[in-house]
Ligand binder design. Structure first.
Ligand code: HEC
Length: 147
């Protein structure tokens, strides 16, 4: 298993990522897909500091459901099915709970991860709404971390 957080991806890991996603999505488009967030509170353009869909939010379960499908379509090819990282990218179940994790989560989905001009992770917020991304965070928080 990888170190909890700050994984430095190598070129080999990225090639592996490309290869794996090519296999898993041979018939699909790997462009991130928009997420239908109907039923969740709509948040506007300003980013919230904290996940607005965390319990006791009334539609927390709907957020988990929407987040699950959005995660599997948009993040799983690098971060692993069901949130269980195969080692290519960090295991997102390990993000800190609550505000601290929210802050880092938001930073990464807005900015992506680019080093030396290479895109390790696209800016997911360019493709997926704030609502969709918080739903994914809500889903990740609902997953058990012990394997
Ligand atoms: C093309 C592969 C790829 C896709 C798709 C992708 N990521 Fe990432 N992500 C990465 C890599 C690689 C890193 C590690 C970047 C680094 O450490 O520089 C990362 C890091 C992160 C981090 C920081 C994790 C940590 O422990 O520091 C978050 C949060 C994150 N991704 C969320 C997401 C979400 C949410 C999605 C889907 C909406 C997503 N990513 C889609 C490759 C990807």
């Amino acid at each position: 298993m990888f170190l909890k957080n700050k994984l430095v991806p190598s070129a080999a890991a990225l090639l592996l990522c490309a290869g794996l996603s090519g296999q898993a999505f041979a018939h699909g488009d790997v462009t991130p897909q928009g997420v239908d967030t109907e039923g969740l509170e709509q948040l506007g353009d300003e980013w919230r500091d904290e996940n607005p869909y965390r319990a006791p939010y009334e539609n927390n379960e709907l957020a988990v459901k929407i987040g699950s499908s959005a995660y599997n379509q948009n993040c799983a090819r690098c971060h692993g099915l069901e949130g269980i990282s195969g080692g290519i990218a960090p295991d997102l179940r390990m993000l800190d709970p609550g505000y601290d994790g929210d802050e880092w989560y938001q930073y990464r989905v807005v900015n992506g991860a680019v080093r030396d001009g290479k895109v390790y992770m696209p800016k997911m917020a360019d493709y997926i709404s704030q609502e969709g991304l918080w739903a994914i965070r809500t889903y990740l928080e609902s997953l058990p971390v012990d394997e």
